[in-house]
Ligand binder design. Structure first.
Ligand SMILES: [Zn+2]
Length: 210
């Protein structure tokens, strides 16, 4: 098979993550995620189709082979993040950035060593499941009514989102309470402190459905 370039690998990963969160991936989601032109995306999609890694079926869908490649990369990415935060003490913004490079380099047997040294974690530091390990999904904080919840994951690992999550102590596993909400804000309490989140930010936080 033709060697997969790093940009193509990144598209495959993104499609996997979109399927994971939204149930399916659309071309417009890819354009948004990579800030590239529709022409660039459609070229990449055609190549991936030719390589039988994706198919167009009510949006974009990974074939079993595409899924296998995506899972390998995502597993490597998420374990790399854990390695950088848990063992080296880096923050979750840098660990995500550096993991983009590391994910491409580990041989399979080294990845197994990393996994077992980390005690086979079920998620990355941002709450995304390591492929093959089960995590219960919930609802987005933007849709949550008043009440108590637990943070499950930060949906997109972009810098502004992770900074804002950090400011409001929104880490996976944290108990939070929605105390009030209106059209454009969600008011929450996290360990005795109150924070106001914008709706775009609240859409980036997945919480347990009670
Ligand atoms: Zn992560």
């Amino acid at each position: 098979m033709e060697e997969l370039s790093e940009p193509l690998e990144n598209y495959i990963k993104e499609i996997y993550e979109l399927e994971e969160i939204k149930g399916k991936a659309k071309v417009t989601d890819l354009i948004d995620a990579f800030h590239v032109s529709p022409g660039t995306i459609s070229k990449a999609i055609s190549r991936l189709e030719k390589m039988s890694l994706i198919e167009r079926k009510n949006g974009l869908k990974l074939t079993p082979e595409g899924r296998r490649i995506a899972e390998r990369l995502i597993r490597s990415h998420r374990l790399s993040e854990r390695l950088l935060t848990d063992m080296l003490g880096l923050d979750w913004i840098r660990s995500h950035e550096i993991a983009h490079k590391l994910e491409h380099i580990w041989p399979d047997d080294v990845l197994e060593v990393i996994d077992s040294k980390l005690d086979k974690p079920s998620t990355c530091p941002h709450g995304h499941p390591i492929p093959g390990r089960k995590v219960d999904l919930g609802i987005l904080l933007s849709e949550a009514g008043k009440g108590k919840y637990k943070v499950i994951m930060i949906v997109r690992e972009e810098e502004w989102i992770l900074r804002e999550a950090e400011r409001a102590s929104l880490f996976p596993g944290k108990e939070i309470e929605v105390i009030d909400r209106d059209e454009d804000k969600v008011h929450i309490r996290v360990t005795d402190k109150e924070y106001v989140l914008s709706i775009p930010m609240a859409k980036e936080v997945m919480v347990s459905d009670r």
